[in-house]
Ligand binder design. Structure first.
Ligand code: WT7
Length: 648
């Protein structure tokens, strides 16, 4: 069996309005096609031109060197600094006094920084790090809430050439410790705490546990945020506010080589210890800059909000580096979407007149569940473009997003990419692409994507298989920190000469790519390989269902049986009739083969704080096994206990 059977049928498709198209940065199919062709046929000409849009301290000599594949070298001979690309370049223009970051805390406090102010903050921060002995090439762990100083911390590291390693503020002390040790970090930047659902997350306490006994950490810099009491290690710990008080607001940016490491960001695979994904300076900036500009179609007067946390790659690329390189006004919000009420996001959109919104399918499904009344009481007319990222979006959630949030007028860009890819790889171009609900559509410029079978042979239209990428692209990872062999084994060995992202996909007769989820999540029922995501989408298209997760459990007869965990709408009640109705619905939507054996109602599904359903955990519950998974990033720990009770 070399193919994954594709069963989802979608006939709807939505083109951008004439009004949107006319103003878009890429506004005709011909222009899009011409750029794409050039980017594939002559990548050096294409990327060389884009590269020259960035401000260089020394111009690059060569666009691409692929001779040491799979480690690419982009823009060699050039020197630049990421903080200067994001900040200094705007200071000689009218953007100097434009708002760069408009921030709102969970309790409702607000701060905003112009580009000139942000640059001064970053220079002070960088000077304070230098004064503490942080040097070029050192690794700095960052464990912070979503406050402006988090964005400044990344840029301050970049300014002096230190390598940042951001660890999401929801990770446990052990996870933080593992990452500090693996990266050999010598300094940690944190805060006393952060606000989450009205409570203080005691971040400094976690850092103290994580760093206990690690002699290499000579500095812990602490931003005051929540004013909770914290323990203090004299000599090592320093208050950020004291450290920057006398620091100069000026500092020349360190000239970095194009291939110098900009940051590490850890990502967990299905097995083994987390991988420190290594991104370098120039290629990463070129990739995030161009994708932000063209996919979010950024205009000078846009107010742009990406709701991710900077602790994930989405926040690195599409809160900090991409949008600031473009000179955008970026909204940043500290807290939870339902704090103090389930309409908080929409209140923020109304208040800040947000025009471009980028969020995750898991959030969209939560809003659907909470009810339209929390949305419709706010004025969302400022929105003109919507985006999603993180997992496949079910067509019904996509339709809801389009209708209820986008007022049927905003194009939606469903963007597929990974921590490893650094920037968006598949996405509609909002002024051009006709988009079927739930489809990431087409490869971005320079992305040579295809769908292959188990042997690496390209598959035809509508045949499900493995997504693969043939050519190097500027923002690609350059390796795994400290483990070059694992980099080759994980991404470059399944199909020789091709990058393997680990996702299933099919390409339809129009050339659109449909992502079918992680290949580790594929089911095998009576010898048919089915994508969990397609069965989930069928369940969610039933009016009673708001969210579903499908996993396999061992079955004597069929090899694997389909077990569906289902969350239903607030007006619905679990019943044997509803179970039968849902099984029947899947049968009619996609066929008998996909009919679930078990349907279990769940109040909530176990998810990581980044919104990914923890399927391994559900597989354990479905098979009534002990839970072997690390649950330290689980959003709501109680959810496991409740699922267990319901399934026993
Ligand atoms: C995996 C990467 C990229 C930023 C956030 C996640 C899944 C991501 C989509 C999408 C279908 C998607 C893939 C991918 N994924 N975006 N638009 N449609 N699946 O980064 O944690 O590195 O996860 O997320 O499975 O491989 P990440």
């Amino acid at each position: 069996m070399s193919e994954i059977e594709s069963i989802l049928k979608e006939a709807r498709s939505f083109a951008p309005s004439e009004e949107f198209r006319a103003r878009a940065i890429v506004s005709t199919e011909e222009a899009a096609e011409r750029s794409y062709r050039e980017s594939i046929d002559d990548p050096e000409a294409f990327w060389g031109r884009v590269g020259r849009e960035l401000p260089w301290l020394t111009p690059f000599e060569r666009v691409l060197d692929w001779s040491a594949a799979p480690v690419a070298r982009w823009f060699e001979g050039g020197r630049l600094n990421a903080s200067a690309v994001c900040l200094d370049r705007h200071l000689e223009t009218e953007r100097r006094d434009k708002v760069a970051i408009r921030w709102e805390g969970e309790p409702g406090d607000e701060r905003s920084f112009t580009y000139a102010e942000a640059q001064a903050e970053v220079c002070r921060f960088a000077n304070a790090l230098l004064a503490r002995g942080v040097a070029k090439g050192d690794r700095v762990a960052i464990y912070m809430p979503m406050i402006p100083e988090l964005a400044f911390a990344l840029l301050a590291c970049a300014r002096i050439g230190a390598i940042h390693s951001v660890v999401f503020g929801g990770f446990s002390a052990q996870s933080l410790r593992d990452r500090i040790e693996d990266g050999g970090c010598t300094a940690v930047i944190t805060a006393d705490g952060g606000w989450r659902r009205g409570k203080v997350l005691p971040l400094k306490d976690v850092v103290d546990k994580a760093t206990a006994g690690i002699a290499s950490v000579h500095t812990v810099m602490v931003v005051r945020r929540t004013e909770n009491e914290v323990a203090w290690t004299a000599g090592r710990d320093v208050w950020y506010h004291d450290a920057v008080a006398d620091a100069s607001p000026e500092l020349a940016p360190e000239p970095m080589e194009s291939e110098d490491t900009l940051f590490l960001l850890y990502t967990s695979g299905s097995t083994g210890k987390p991988k420190g994904i290594r991104h370098t300076t120039a290629g990463y900036l070129v990739g995030t800059y161009l994708t932000t500009k063209t996919i979010f179609d950024l205009k000078e007067d846009d107010v742009y909000w990406c709701t991710a946390d900077i602790g994930w790659v989405t926040g690195h690329s599409y809160i900090v580096y991409g949008p600031l390189a473009c000179g955008a006004t970026v909204v940043m919000y500290e807290g939870a979407p339902d704090q103090p009420h389930p309409g908080r996001f929409w209140e923020l959109v109304q208040k800040h007149r947000i025009s471009v919104l980028y969020t995750a399918p898991t959030a969209i499904r939560a809003f659907m569940r909470w009810g339209d009344e929390h949305v419709t009481k706010f004025d969302l007319s400022s929105l003109r473009l919507l985006g999603t990222v993180g997992e496949p979006i079910n067509p019904e959630a996509w339709m809801w997003y389009r209708r209820t949030i986008g007022g049927e007028r905003c194009p939606i860009v469903d963007t597929w990419w990974q921590t490893e890819t650094g920037a968006i790889m598949l996405s509609p171009l909002p002024g051009v692409t006709s988009t079927p609900p739930g489809c990431a559509t087409r490869p971005f410029f320079g992305v040579d994507a295809l769908v292959v079978d188990e042997e690496g042979n390209e598959l035809g239209p509508n045949q499900g298989g493995f997504l693969a990428i043939r050519k190097p692209w500027p923002s690609m990872l350059r390796g795994i920190w400290g483990d070059d062999q694992r980099f080759v084994d994980t991404y470059w060995s399944k199909f020789p000469g091709m990058y393997f992202p680990g996702d299933g996909a099919r390409r339809d007769e129009h050339g659109n790519f449909w992502i079918m989820g992680r290949v580790d999540d594929v089911l095998n029922v009576s010898g048919h390989r089915l994508s969990t995501m397609e069965i989930e989408s069928a369940l969610v298209s039933h009016p009673a269902v708001v969210e579903a997760a499908v996993v396999a459990r061992p079955d004597d007869l069929t090899g694997e049986a389909i077990c569906a965990f289902v969350t239903i709408g607030s007006g619905q009640k679990p019943s044997p009739e509803l179970i039968e109705a849902l099984k029947g619905h899947v049968s009619t939507e996609i066929g008998k083969l996909a009919r679930p054996s078990d349907i279990r109602f769940a109040e909530g599904l176990p998810k990581t704080r980044s919104g990914k359903i923890m399927r391994r955990l559900l597989r354990d519950i479905a098979a009534r096994r002990e839970i072997a998974d690390d649950t330290s990033t689980l959003e709501d720990l109680g959810v496991i206990a409740r699922l267990r009770d319901e399934s026993s």
